[in-house]
Design a protein around this ligand. Sequence first.
Ligand code: GLN
Length: 484
Amino acid sequence: MMHTKTVAEMANDLAAKKYSSVELTTHFLNRIEHYGENLNSFITVTKEQALAAAKHADVQRQAGKAGPLTGIPMAQKDIFCTKGVKTSCGSKMLDNFISPYDATLIERCNQAGLVMLGKANMDEFAMGSSNENSYYGPVKNPWDLTRVPGGSSGGSAAAVAARLAPIATGTDTGGSIRQPAALCNLTGIKPTYGRVSRYGMIAFASSLDQGGIFGVNAEDAALLLNVIAGFDEKDSTSADMPVPDYRKTLNDSLTGLRIGVPKEYFAEGLNSQVADCIHEAIKTYEKLGAVIKEISLPHTNMSIPAYYVIAPAECSSNLSRYDGVRYGYRCEKPKDLIDLYKRTRSEGFGKEVKRRIMIGTYALSAGYYDAYYLKAQQIRQLIRQDFVEAFKEVDVILGPTTPDTAFKIGEKADDPVSMYLSDIYTISVNLAGLPGISAPAGFVNNLPVGMQLIGHDFSEAKLLNVVHQYQQHTDWHKRMPEGF
Ligand code: GLN
């Protein structure tokens, strides 16, 4: 069964000509056709383009021009602009938007010979933690179809979890890769801010947004990070730093690795069975030679309030471009310019997006700017400082990714604050600009539990190494949901 293999195995099979990219791609397209609609994990399936790209990949291989991932199928979150293909960002506002250009990430995947199967469902403009905010409807969690896959990159996560795609991209502004990875039993990495180009990635909160990956394991994530990481002159915040081969250091020994466990991540609100799984993981790391140290990140409880000022502030500015004038949705028969703006935006945006725009506009308005936005920026510095202090004593930080397992569809839909709290352990990482990774660490009532590892700036290779070593000694990441 081709789809039960890892990307690394598929790449070997393609190189050994056990099957062609056309065969592999067709297999995944068939799976999408069979299971995709029920899960609602794709907004657009690009069948014809995928088959053409697969054919091209096979020709390249025949000509001896294949790279490590040539011919491997993948899913792209619908937040990345794809030339000639609808790029909706999960919104009615962009339901009719065909991008005239490729995002840098897409361009790099194409150049590497990867085959795009389609565009994955997501919360509207990446705002959400459950994928219930998509204009295209909620995505279901393959582990339990009555539950959410997490968000905002829920379509990508559900697709990989059900093996409708072997690997996928996501974006993470406050947890949108790590949280769905945890709820769907995947390895999800959010690189350091600036590691992956944001050019052509539709902006939500520009100082926090970062593209990354969902894979079945750390090795697959390393393979794709090799493709998408790196400087891009089209993104002024992109880091001009060399990109290591992330696969090379996966087998480094963990002897002497100092792992910090923040006491604030095990406080009230954490499901005790989730906590048990993380404590088991800690024991595994001790067996692997790591040294565990309790640490403190004292400003953790301020991360959500600070984020819900900064992210809405930036979104209110970023989303002002959707005015019905240049591209995207336009209301019917506007009476005048103000009517055009008003009705386009009222009809084109969903409830959560409007809520954020209003909060952000309020926080940035004269008279409130100092009290809210400036204060939140100061807290952001304190949060970053907590991590800087911690990394003087430890190499990586370990804790749960989420306080609980996947919740029911509809359970938190009318309670935004409880929804916001599901990102309590992930959000501070974005505020600090650090890399974070979530990996499978057990099950509670047959639902996946994720552990999160946080590293210092540009320590992606270390994080992948630390997860890969764990995955050599555990089987959680190999479990697949039944019925797919
Ligand atoms: N759940 C958070 C929010 O709603 C984070 C989303 C994200 O990382 N894109 O803003």
